[in-house]
Design a protein around this ligand. Structure first.
Ligand SMILES: [Zn+2]
Ligand SMILES: [Zn+2]
Length: 853
């Protein structure tokens, strides 16, 4: 008895965040001779499979009667996550109510899953059965589904379960179950082969020679691949190319056969020593752009390179004093947050660069977060120019291998400066001294899938753990940040002047109601905007036209029954894209042919309603036949070569008019732009979201900020049907403080953030009644436990987007003036879910939502 007790106390136990949708850590035993340190990845048994996890703190005791299972293997020789990052992960799981394993999965770009895959193989019995089918006298047996299924497995001896399901969609599950029951096939767990990387280049010609053109007209995908290669010549990793061109390996093989491209296997030099699990990573889904790289440097056009080489501006007085203030804070080595509110063109980037330089000189590391890096090649170029190999770039446009390489470079301390998007906040930087969040108001910092963290807010927590300085920069700060500054939580620094003595652009509002009364024309470009574009063309100025909808028409409407054609998976109308001649869902990507008849009533009276970027582009070409018109939106950005070329052509003034979505309003610096026209500026105002006015104000201010960045002054024309709306009026005056106080009044009356804390709970299911049942149950539970004076509940109601990707969504909005009370209520609610075996994926919890659609 005594000896058993002793053996027990010698047992070492450790909590593990298992990479799975499990809310809490699980406790495992560390068998001898294993030694586990917090932050190491481990392989553990989970149910009847193996899973990866991150080791957390040791556990002294476990509840009587529970028998912890043994850790199977330790993956990393040294911890991959520092104590600081472990603490950060635990904070995220707690604050955002996210399953802890999902948090660590998001933090590690290393491929958290084991790289096993399930392969289906034919048994002897299966082979015999296939022979019987094949020799049957009945054609329906010989050519039947079962025969085809077994035949496919026979000819594809390494086919995976997933491929088979895809291949035999519909009947696949039934066929597989039957084949397994009858013992015709077995499933084997095998190690996945290390994936090959192929370098892709245009065929055979020396650089500069003419490029072979295909004999026949290439398919749309093939054309995109060739176009991307013409811009880049060689792509080192075929997966980047396939992602950006939406192609497959088969397309590449076909082009190779046709002699148009060449494929070569490459052996990338990965840091395998420290990275034994060479598995797939979970990429971010926020954007799908790849920026081509050459020898680690960002591709630049000669004009861009020349511009970077220019000596930087002499600092304005407000730049200098801001920099001095921030520099002192940096040296003080303590946590503090500054909100740098600088008008567009006031030179915030230069402050970041100098501050980062000083931080590195002090022997500390620096992190700079930006919303969408692949879209701002200039910024990347500036940082690589200034910091060379000391800067690592982390964003979703990189291939998995590139991301991993960069991550390990940071981990080994080779790079002390990280420039990246949202998830770069988890970079394994040691001794962090400075965190900059540029365009801190941007909604893309909020992750829209579990864990639903806000990159800016996590950055602040991380800086607090590291005792680092935080700089939040924006020309249009979020209400949250400006409010925090007013409350004294952050310190406010203001840059009121543009660099080089430039003035802010003049903004004029055009009332489109009046325009329509006078012209009865449906042309989206008003007479005044046309005249001013004409003037720019005559005087050599460049024009940007912004509107917030890509595609050709907003939707296709049936005049007989009044129905718009909607997505089959989402409750949203499909957008017409004329170049592809398809209707596309902007939520789930579903695309379909344009019907000739209304699917609801069969009528042929279908009409296109509203104008998107494609249509305005066409219209401008009609109106100004002599001008060079180009378009930049997400559709264009999915072709990286083309995207970068449009950007550099516009910068080199080879384009007169650039039409685009908010992509063109973000951060770019085009000195030749003297006119910005905003078409349907008010579209966002009609959305049922409490941030609608804030977003409209931000968009218009940012758009106006693109004009007059060179020596000539800029002009901005804003077309709207709501000229008296305060978001539009105050954006036209570029009056941020005015907007802030007006909007805060609305938030106060309506009890919305930043006055209150907000959590959005969405029950979702493929079946509407199931989603409704769960939402009702949770609503009743909250009513029981929460004090209605302290926690306000709106709902359960159908979410504004009542169905997305085939799932119905019922929403409960919870507001409270005390965040700790609100979070406690939601925590009790998750425990209630666990008691009733409601899985985490059925209940989305969005803490501090930026989007309540
Ligand atoms: Zn109809
Ligand atoms: Zn959809």
């Amino acid at each position: 008895m005594a000896s058993r007790k002793k053996a027990r106390s010698e047992e070492s136990l450790v909590n593990v965040a298992v990479i799975a949708a499990i809310r809490e850590p699980l406790t495992y035993r560390v068998p001898k001779p294993l030694d586990v340190v917090p932050g190491q990845r481990v392989i553990v048994p989970l149910g009847n499979r193996k899973a990866m996890g991150v080791a957390l703190e040791p556990v002294a005791r476990i509840a009587e009667g529970l028998k912890p299972r043994d850790i199977l293997r330790v993956v990393d020789p040294e911890p991959v996550l520092s104590p600081e990052l472990l603490t950060l992960g635990l904070w995220i799981a707690d604050y955002y109510m996210a399953p802890i394993g999902e948090v660590f999965r998001a933090m590690l770009p290393l491929g958290a899953e084991t790289r096993h895959t399930r392969v289906v193989r034919l048994t002897e019995e299966g082979k015999r059965r296939l022979e019987e089918f094949k020799s049957s006298l009945l054609a329906e047996v010989r050519e039947g589904e079962e025969s085809a299924f077994l035949g496919y497995v026979k000819t594809h001896p390494t086919v995976t379960l997933e491929t088979l399901r895809r291949k035999f969609a519909g009947s696949g599950r039934k066929l597989l179950t039957q084949a397994l029951d009858m013992g015709w096939v077995t499933i084997h767990q095998v190690e996945r082969e290390g994936r090959k990387t192929l370098a892709v280049s245009l065929a055979g010609q020396p650089p500069g020679a003419s490029i072979p053109t295909p004999q026949r007209r290439p398919s749309a995908v093939a054309a995109r691949i060739l176009e991307a290669l013409r811009a880049q010549r060689t792509v080192a990793d075929h997966r980047a190319l396939l992602r950006s061109t939406r192609g497959s390996l088969a397309h590449l093989r076909k082009l190779e056969q046709e002699g148009l491209i060449e494929l070569a296997e490459t052996r990338t030099n990965r840091s395998l020593k420290r990275n034994p699990e060479d598995a797939l990573s979970q990429g971010e889904k926020d954007s799908h752009f790849a920026v081509p790289k050459k020898n680690g440097n960002v591709m630049q056009s000669p004009a861009e390179a020349a511009e970077i080489a220019e000596p930087s501006w002499e600092l304005t007085a407000s730049q200098s004093s801001a920099l001095e203030m921030l520099g002192r804070q940096l040296e003080a080595n303590k946590f503090s947050v500054f909100l740098l509110h600088g008008v567009t063109g006031s030179g915030k980037t230069e402050i970041y660069l100098r501050l980062a330089e000083r931080c590195l000189d002090l022997g500390r590391s620096a992190l700079l977060l930006v919303p969408e890096i692949a879209l701002t090649p200039m910024l990347q170029a500036q940082f690589t120019e200034r910091f060379g190999g000391r800067v690592a770039v982390l964003h979703s446009g990189l291939t998995e291998a590139q991301r991993r390489d960069e991550w390990w470079r940071v981990w080994r301390g080779e790079a002390q400066m990280v420039l990246g998007t949202r998830s770069a906040v988890f970079s394994p930087l040691e001794n962090l001294g400075l965190v900059v969040v540029d365009e801190e108001h941007d909604g893309s910092y909020k992750q829209q899938e579990t864990p639903r963290y806000h990159g800016r807010d996590v950055a602040i927590i991380r800086a607090r753990l590291a005792k680092a300085l935080v700089v939040l920069g924006s020309a249009t700060p979020s209400l949250e940040s400006y409010w925090n500054a007013q409350q004294g939580k952050y310190q406010l620094l203001t840059l009121n002047q543009r660099v080089a003595g430039r003035r802010l652009a003049e903004v004029e509002i055009i009332d489109m109601r009046e325009e329509f009364r006078e012209t009865h024309s449906k042309v989206p470009v008003s007479r005044q905007l046309q005249e001013e574009i004409e003037l720019q063309l005559a005087t050599g100025g460049q024009t940007m036209i912004l509107l917030n909808r890509r595609g050709y028409a907003w939707f296709l409407l049936c005049r007989s029954c009044g129905e718009a054609i909607t997505c089959i998976h989402c409750s949203i109308s499909l957008t017409y894209h004329r170049r592809e001649h398809r209707l596309i869902c902007h939520y789930c990507g579903y695309a379909t042919k344009v019907p000739t008849q209304c699917p609801a009533c069969g009528s042929e009276h279908l009409y296109y309603i509203g104008e998107g970027t494609e249509k305005v582009e066409d219209k401008l070409r009609d109106l100004f036949p002599g001008a060079k018109v180009e378009r930049l939106d997400r559709d264009v950005a999915s072709r990286p070569g083309h995207y970068l070329r449009v950007l550099s052509d516009f910068r080199e003034r080879k384009i007169d008019i650039l039409v685009g979505t908010q992509l063109i309003a973000k951060g770019h610096d085009f000195p030749g732009v003297t006119l910005v026209g905003v078409v349907s500026a008010d579209m966002g105002l009609r959305l049922p979201d409490f941030r609608a006015a804030e977003r409209t104000f931000q968009l218009l201010t940012q758009a106006a900020g693109r004009a007059g960045r060179g020596d000539a002054p800029g002009r901005v024309l804003v077309q709207t049907f709501y000229p008296e709306h305060y978001a539009i009026r105050l954006a036209a005056d570029q009056n941020y403080p005015g907007f802030f106080s007006k909007e805060m009044g609305f938030r106060r009356v309506m009890h919305y953030p930043p006055i209150t804390a907000l959590v959005n709970v969405i029950a979702q299911d493929e079946k509407l009644d199931q989603a409704a049942r769960v939402a009702y149950q949770l609503g009743e539970f909250i009513k029981r436990i929460a004090d209605p004076k302290k926690v306000r509940m709106l709902g359960p109601n159908a979410a504004p987007l009542a169905r997305i990707e085939g799932r119905y969504r019922i929403q409960i909005l919870l507001k409270a003036s005390s965040r700790s009370i609100l979070n406690q209520v939601v925590r009790y609610m998750t425990e209630e879910c666990d008691r009733h075996h409601i899985p985490p994926r059925s209940v989305l919890i969005d803490v501090d939502p930026v989007n309540i659609m």
